[in-house]
Design a protein around this ligand. Structure first.
Ligand code: PMP
Length: 451
């Protein structure tokens, strides 16, 4: 369907244009190589379709400006970290008031605002007891430890091609012959993850039951819809089946809402009435300030509290010295109270629906074997139709060259998608015009490609 020679010619052309358009970012990247490992503040920033990253100058709402002075419609939004929009005013004010006004960011003392945040997260996600972290990775790590402590079981079960942060237990996949294997490229695993974990394909209840039947799974850790290998939605009855099986085999169910928070104010847990034992979340809830948390059901909380042998206060209770710090908590309160409100989601979801329809229109016009999947305020296109049913299928549908082409083409015309994804996320400041701008450029990119 896609003429590969044409694709690679167009990608070369777009990469050259990118280099010419962005001399200052190119120079900054060259300089950074001297003392930054990999030439970037964090090695994943080398995930760039064009050969070097754009350097940030300013960001506000749904707009980003780079150091060469180009303004972008930002549909990446920090891969969800900025789902509230960049520097939303209410969060800025609360952070300034805490840090500069009253003063004190990290003091080893609780603030009264934390109680409000706990109550609000309980209202949204249904879990009554919350604890904070600074990243979703840490929320997951801590949830895993608690699950092991409570159940006395060693293993964690995840979905193939999931991502829950750099958590050692989750970096394995279902291999080509159905066997469980460490994920390719895994860095410095303490032990082979097949010793600590089990893995199944999403949407496969019989496989899940076979694995749970071993009786050694402390918890299933999952996204209610996969979002890190394209978006893969649960089939009808799947999540009910997961809940039923985890109960039957005595495993806890941890739902990671870090990305699926896009489904609504209480993520998929709220939108779909899920009933997990633990909810984890990070990224967006602090409006850009490092924040995260995990919520426990009343039953899990009381089981843990009943285990007097657990040191939850000193060496065992450490979610990080800075976890729940005053600045992070102030940011979470302002973001949840004033920015990512119930009403804001209504507008964000309507925009994602517009985005999805527009992309589908282009796919239909050219009869491409592609699909687009929406999850609330986010949508992602994938080079497969019908959409993949699980992580393995979705991984097989990947086309890195085509991803790169669309990413660079869009960036050269002022639209940013999320690196690692063809994902577009809406924030409260995103407008219909922003969405339409994407469609215009996307349609042009596709037209040039298919002729
Ligand atoms: N959970 C999910 C579902 C994620 O997508 C990610 C990151 N993409 C994480 C956890 C980890 O988030 P962080 O890197 O901010 O710790």
């Amino acid at each position: 369907m896609i003429d590969r020679a044409r694709l690679s010619h167009l990608l070369d052309r777009e990469r050259r244009a990118f280099r010419e358009r962005n001399p200052r970012s190119a120079a900054a990247y060259e300089q950074a190589r001297a003392n930054l490992f990999g030439g970037v503040p964090m090695t994943w920033m080398n995930k760039t379709a064009a050969g070097f990253p754009l350097y940030l100058a300013e960001a506000r709402g749904a707009r980003v400006t780079d150091v060469d002075g180009h303004e972008y419609v930002d549909l990446c939004l920090g891969d969800t970290g900025a789902m509230a929009g960049h520097s939303p005013q209410a969060t800025v004010d609360a952070v300034a008031e805490r840090f500069a006004g009253r003063g004190g960011a990290t003091v080893m003392m609780p603030t009264e605002e934390a109680t409000w945040v706990g109550a609000e997260l309980a209202r949204r996600f249904g879990m009554p007891y919350w604890s904070f972290s600074l990243t979703a990775t840490d929320a997951n790590r801590w949830a895993i430890r608690l699950a092991r402590a409570v159940t006395g079981r060693p293993k964690i079960l995840v979905d193939s091609y999931c991502y829950h942060g750099s958590v050692d237990e989750v970096l394995l996949v279902v291999g080509p012959d159905g066997e469980q294997v460490s994920r390719e490229g895994n860095v410095g695993a303490p032990v082979d993850p097949t010793l600590t974990s089990r893995v199944v394909e999403f949407n496969d209840l019989p496989a899940l039951e076979r694995q749970l039947a071993h009786g050694d799974v402390a918890a299933v850790l999952m996204e209610p819809a996969l979002t890190n290998i394209g978006i893969v939605l649960p089939e009808p009855g799947y999540l009910d089946g997961v809940r039923e099986l985890t109960r039957r085999y005595g495993s806890l169910l941890i739902i990671d809402e870090t990305h699926t928070f896009s489904a609504g104010p209480g993520g998929c847990t709220g939108a779909w009435g899920l009933d997990p034992d633990i909810v984890t979340i990070g990224k967006a809830i602090g409006g850009g300030v490092p924040s995260g948390g995990y919520g426990l059901s009343a039953e899990v909380a009381s089981r843990i509290e009943g285990m007097s042998e657990l040191d939850l206060i000193d060496m065992g209770g450490v979610g990080g010295t800075l976890a729940g710090n005053a600045l992070s908590v102030a940011a979470m309160r302002a973001t949840l109270e004033h920015v990512l409100t119930d009403e804001a989601f209504t507008g964000m979801i309507a925009l994602a629906t517009r985005f999805t329809k527009g992309v589908q229109g282009v796919i239909d016009e050219h009869a491409l074997p592609w699909s687009i999947t929406q999850l609330g305020a986010r949508a992602e296109y994938r080079f497969a139709d019908p959409p993949p049913r699980n992580g393995g299928e979705s991984n097989a549908a990947g086309d890195p060259e085509l991803d790169d082409y669309l990413h660079v083409y869009l960036a050269n015309r002022g639209v940013l998608l999320t690196p690692f994804h063809n994902m577009a996320l809406m924030c409260p400041a995103t407008t219909e015009a922003d969405v339409d701008r994407h469609h215009e450029v996307f349609a042009a990119a596709v037209s040039e490609l298919v002729g």
